[in-house]
Design a protein around this ligand. Structure first.
Ligand code: NDP
Length: 445
């Protein structure tokens, strides 16, 4: 479609140095043609141009000193993308690969993911190229304090509410929150989510993204009359999302036979999740120590997707662009029937096109991993009410939200008469239409 092609081309020219952002734009915009065919007036209102441009980008320096007294400077960012539906909401990522392209792709996707949750939150994302790996607790604390010393002036419970992402877990959120409270001089718990349970965190937030991913997977399998128990699964990653996806998958009788980290992967008929948790959550170590700790299983260097393991279910929960067309072909050749993304954009656009061509049930991250941000929004509600729900109450709400997201996808498939099962187009259409409606209603042009 000419309008979409034109906008994509303009951004490609303007943001030549932002490959991840261009990739995410292409994936989303090419799948929402039906919206723009139905509403030709959107072009005159420059809806797409307004959607693809962040409302605000903040970039700042983060100076900090290591334990030996040596000074370092990292880059800090916050991309406040779209607030038509509510305060900006989205995680902070601390990883050496963080740059503006990565954060704009994540922020853009976040707008529609948050819209799908049906909760009142806009989209944003932030982070730093700081690498927490190998740093002491006090180094991480000093970095977080310096990061917040700039960020605090741009956020607030009704403005922008960051959370965790890769490299930012409970420890980092605690240090960030402490510094915010110290500078602002008020106890404003709703400013960050993913906090510790003792100071305003929500039960089940830690588990939410992984559990939510499996709840979505179960809905997708049920809609296609597939029984999950007894199926084999490969899960990439062994961080927050992967660990709790494996926990919930196992509870439903799915056999997880492999997990991975940034260096290698483990293969084990009976994965010992306690051992994985110990290595990753307590020791912050490598999976290569797994066989020794679990006393079974094997560790290999390289990507789990090059191992040609036979599995019906694949849950990529590590990072973006892990799966290209070659790996997608191997996944399908090894018996896969369903892929559900716990990570953001782990499959590139060629891989997704291949799954759709082969009739693989494919759940895009925007829909399948929305349980984390949804539970963050539940944490915001609990903070406003000064009240805490039980684990079971939060988990029940999470299950309802994931069911609703699945329903929105199947409704969009019917309403827009998509010619095959296409959760990618359906999630993008359902998420985007609400944002466009809100922007127009608010005279945002
Ligand atoms: P963590 O930092 O907890 O875990 C990331 C995992 O991915 C680690 O096991 C890490 O290995 C592995 N990894 C990192 N880089 C690579 C690579 N290049 N190849 C293979 N594995 C790699 O992050 P999260 O679990 O929080 O996030 C994972 C993904 O899920 C991200 O895409 C994130 O944006 C997305 N997500 C997270 C949400 C959340 O609530 N946390 C919500 C929605 C999406 P190692 O241990 O060696 O570092």
């Amino acid at each position: 479609m000419k309008y979409i092609e034109r906008v994509l081309e303009e951004i490609k020219q303007k943001d030549k140095d932002q490959p991840e952002f261009n990739q995410a734009l292409e994936e989303v915009l090419k799948s929402v043609e039906v919206i723009f065919k139905k509403h030709p007036e959107y072009e005159k209102m420059a809806i797409l141009e307004r959607l693809v441009e962040p409302e605000r980008i903040i970039q700042f320096k983060v100076p900090w000193t290591d334990d030996k007294g040596v000074a370092h400077v990292n880059r800090g960012f916050r991309v406040q993308y779209n607030s038509a539906l509510g305060p900006y909401k989205g995680g902070l990522r601390f990883h050496p690969t963080v740059n503006l392209s990565v954060l704009k792709f994540l922020g853009f996707e976040q707008i529609f993911k948050n819209s799908l949750t049906t909760l009142p939150i806009g989209g944003g994302k932030g982070g730093s190229d700081f690498d927490p790996k190998g740093k002491s607790d006090s180094e991480v604390m000093r970095f977080c304090q310096s990061f917040m010393t700039e960020l605090y002036r741009h956020i607030g419970p009704d403005v922008d509410v960051p959370a965790g992402d890769m490299g930012v877990g409970g420890r980092e959120i605690g240090y960030l929150y402490g510094q915010y409270r110290r500078i602002r001089g008020i106890s404003e718990r709703g400013v960050l989510t993913g906090k510790g349970i003792g100071y305003g965190g929500s039960l089940a937030r830690k588990e939410a993204t992984g559990y939510g991913l499996v709840y979505f997977l179960l809905e997708m399998l049920k809609a296609n009359n597939i029984e999950p128990a007894g199926l084999n699964a490969i899960v990439s990653g062994s961080g927050n999302v992967a660990i709790y996806a494996v926990e919930k998958a196992m509870q439903h009788g799915i056999h997880v036979i492999a997990m991975s980290d940034s260096r290698g992967y483990i293969v084990d008929e009976k994965i010992d999740l306690k051992a994985v948790k110990k290595i990753k959550e307590e020791l912050r170590g490598s999976l290569k120590d797994y066989p020794k700790l679990a006393k079974h299983g094997q560790y290999f260097e390289g990507s789990v997707y090059d191992a040609k393991l036979k599995a019906e279910i694949v849950l990529p929960c590590a990072t973006q662009n892990e799966i290209d067309i070659k790996r997608a072909k191997a996944i399908v050749a090894n018996g896969c029937i369903a892929v559900a993304e716990g990570a953001n954009m782990p499959d590139n656009n060629d891989a997704i096109a291949y799954y759709l061509e082969k009739g693989i049930l494919f759940a895009p991250g925007k829909a399948a991993n929305a349980g984390g941000v949804a539970t963050s929004a539940l944490e915001m509600s609990q903070n406003s009410m000064r009240y805490s729900w039980t684990f079971e109450e939060v988990d029940e709400k999470l299950q309802d939200i994931m069911k609703q997201i699945h329903e929105q996808c199947t409704d969009a498939m019917k309403k827009y008469r998509l010619d095959k099962i296409n959760y990618v187009a359906a999630a993008n259409i359902a998420g985007m239409q609400k944002v466009i409606d809100a922007m127009i209603a608010q005279g945002d042009y």
